[in-house]
Write a protein that binds this ligand. Structure first.
Ligand code: E4P
Length: 218
């Protein structure tokens, strides 16, 4: 199970990297905008800064929605740094762009996936990752984790190499549910990752150990 952090915030990326368990980063245009990053040069520089902080894959999303535009942008993004994975939406032109970029040895992440059918086409086109958005499905009373399990089963059965990257994770329980569903990767906000550590018995136990030590050692 790999952990990616789902943010463009450099401080949070550094904090997750310092934990020693980070395998990569996902961004999207909304996350970049949240950090106030605008203008082509600034955006590209920001991706490079992220790649310098982490060791693993860094997803950078195209803005174009036509085939020519997506492959041009994708090739440019991929040339920035060897860790860049080009994020392409699960639309008709996007599937063609994934196929093309895969043939050029460029890694892709098929994003905005909300159905097994979209995940099937992404895998057939040769996507390196497929990103089902579980939180946004939950928001419309559809079980997002169930979709992860369905895609994992399909990929296992047909032996696709595409990795299932559970995205739109909103809380810590989602991470555990994605583990149970067999996701290859979970991309999470920092708080959801840190939430995995929270347990009252750990805090109570540690307090008692330290109190007992102090009784005889102060
Ligand atoms: C990451 O790849 C996705 O873009 C992100 O997880 C979407 O999350 P959201 O649904 O919370 O915006």
């Amino acid at each position: 199970m790999k952990f990616f952090i789902d943010t463009a915030n450099l401080e949070q990326i550094r904090e997750a990297q310092d934990l020693g368990v980070l395998d990569g980063v996902t961004t999207n245009p909304s996350l970049m905008a949240k950090e106030g990053i605008s203008g082509e040069e600034n955006i590209l520089n920001h991706y490079k800064k992220i790649c310098e902080i982490v060791d693993g894959d860094v997803s950078a999303e195209v803005i174009a929605t036509d085939f020519e535009g997506m492959i041009k942008e994708g090739e440019h993004l991929a040339s920035l740094h060897p860790q860049i994975v080009v994020k392409i939406p699960a639309i008709k032109e996007g599937i063609k762009a994934i196929k093309y970029l895969d043939s050029k040895g460029i890694k892709t992440n098929c994003t905005l996936v909300f159905s097994a059918g979209q995940a099937l086409l992404a895998a057939k086109a040769g996507a390196s990752y497929v990103s089902p958005f579980i939180g946004r499905l939950d928001d419309i009373t559809t079980d997002g984790v169930e979709l992860i399990a369905q895609i994992v089963e399909m990929y296992d059965y047909y032996e696709f190499d595409t990795q299932v990257l559970a995205a739109s994770i909103r809380h810590t329980l989602h991470i555990i549910q994605c583990v149970e569903a067999g996701a290859d990767v979970a991309t999470c906000p920092l708080d959801a990752i840190l939430g995995l550590l929270k347990h009252p018995l750990t805090d109570i136990g540690l307090e008692k150990f330290l109190a007992d030590y102090r009784k005889l050692n102060s």
